[in-house]
Design a protein around this ligand. Structure first.
Ligand SMILES: *Cc1c(COP(=O)(O)O)cnc(C)c1O
Length: 391
């Protein structure tokens, strides 16, 4: 099997599993109890909290564990909207956010909030000038993703953060794809809230965190016990949190080497596709891009057919985000960067890890060439196109 869908989820690293195991068995105590079995769990949770805070340049009191990226996005947006509703009811986001942000904003629109969805350019970049122009006296929150999960484009987060800070508006970023892949510092980038999820960086599924800068007013989303400084109730997912901490420790330690390796493989893959297959192009910014993301559109091809044929060769890939595959709607991200419906339908996302090799990439490109040729040979549109171009 060749796994090229690391934006959907990643393999839990063996050292992460190892770190988690004792907290399923001998050290199973509830962190809220006072006997030593429980305080061992509490200590482990806080150690993970410290590791994560250090990775962001934050304080450990500003890290709140959740059940994943979606919960963190929901919490950041809904609960600040509620807390700041007295000040204003306008929110600014973009057209290319993950559905956890977009659908949350749409929900708030039904509850008396107004949302501006910023356009992006052909590469998927937000224009800071457009952001400035969209700010109103009643704007309470700007939520713009750090890096896009489909096309890999990295947004000008420090610039956006500086604008938000200058205007006194809260800034949240969905950093689920970026955290662990690129350096992030919440102070230098003026980030007030940041969402992350362990399973995108070789940690376990079902555990995430929301960074909330000290002083930000936010309501609770999950009411109950006093866990997470009274802000997020529920017995801590101790094994998940310990795994998250180990994954972050590993991600920070290996980031530079991993990125260099992935960028080399990524650019090799991009080069081979661009030079060896006709009528295809790279989506997303060429350099302001996640080290592991490759997204291509192929004319006259259905992305889903490509995925099925790749699967038959043992290759795991994606035609957009995992959440949208299965539906017939083209990706909202690809439409937002200006692709036509049929161009968006013919897209393929390949997301690498440091475990991938050049041999694997060669195998994938060789097979992809055949698959594209085969699918085009069955396409009446392609036939017409070739005839016209010959005439
Ligand atoms: C995966 C992802 C999410 C959702 O995270 P979960 O932990 O799966 O809920 C949110 N935003 C982005 C950008 C993602 O890639």
């Amino acid at each position: 099997m060749i796994y090229l869908d690391n934006a959907a989820t990643t393999r839990t690293a063996p050292e992460v599993v190892e770190a988690m195991l004792p907290y399923f068995t001998e050290s199973f105590g509830n962190p809220s109890t006072i006997y030593s079995l429980g305080s061992a769990s509490k200590k482990a949770v806080n150690q993970a909290r410290k590791t994560i805070a250090d990775a962001l340049g934050a304080n450990m009191e500003e890290i709140y564990f959740t059940a994943g990226g979606s919960e963190s996005d929901n919490w950041a947006i809904k609960a600040t909207a509620e807390a700041y509703a007295g000040k204003g009811r306008h929110i600014i986001t973009t057209k290319i956010e993950h559905h956890a942000v977009l659908h949350t904003c749409q929900y708030l629109e039904k509850h008396g909030f107004e949302v501006t969805y910023l356009d992006v350019d052909r590469d998927g970049l937000v224009d800071p000038e457009q952001l400035k122009a969209a700010i109103r006296p009643d704007t309470i929150l700007i939520t713009i993703m750090f890096a896009n999960n489909e096309i890999g484009t990295i947004e000008p987060i420090a610039e956006i953060g500086a604008i938000a800070k200058e205007r006194g508006i809260l800034f949240h970023t969905d950093a689920v794809q970026a955290f662990g892949q690129v350096p992030i510092n919440v102070d230098e980038m003026h980030i007030d809230m940041l969402s992350s999820s362990a399973h995108k960086l070789n940690g376990p599924k079902g555990i995430g965190f929301l960074y909330i800068r000290k002083g930000v007013k936010i309501r609770s989303l999950i009411h109950g016990g006093a866990q997470e400084r009274n802000r997020r109730a529920g017995t801590e997912n101790v094994t998940g949190i310990v795994g998250f901490g180990a994954a972050v420790e590993r991600a920070v330690r290996t980031m530079e080497e991993r990125a260099n390796k992935e960028i080399e493989l990524r650019d090799y893959l991009i080069h081979r596709l661009e030079t060896e297959i006709d009528y295809c192009w790279l989506n997303g910014h060429r350099t302001k891009r996640l080290p592991n993301n490759v997204n291509f559109s192929f004319l006259f091809i259905e992305g889903e057919s490509m995925l099925i044929m790749l699967d038959m060769k043992g290759i795991c890939a994606s035609s957009g985000s995992a959440c949208t595959s299965g539906s017939l709607d083209p990706s909202h991200v690809l439409l937002a960067i200006g692709l036509k419906h049929e161009e968006a339908h013919g897209s393929l996302r390949l997301t690498l890890s440091e475990e991938n090799t050049k041999e694997e990439i060669d195998f994938v490109v060789d097979n992809l060439k055949q698959i594209v040729e085969r699918l085009r040979s069955m396409s009446p549109l392609y036939e017409d196109f070739v005839k016209k171009n010959k005439a």
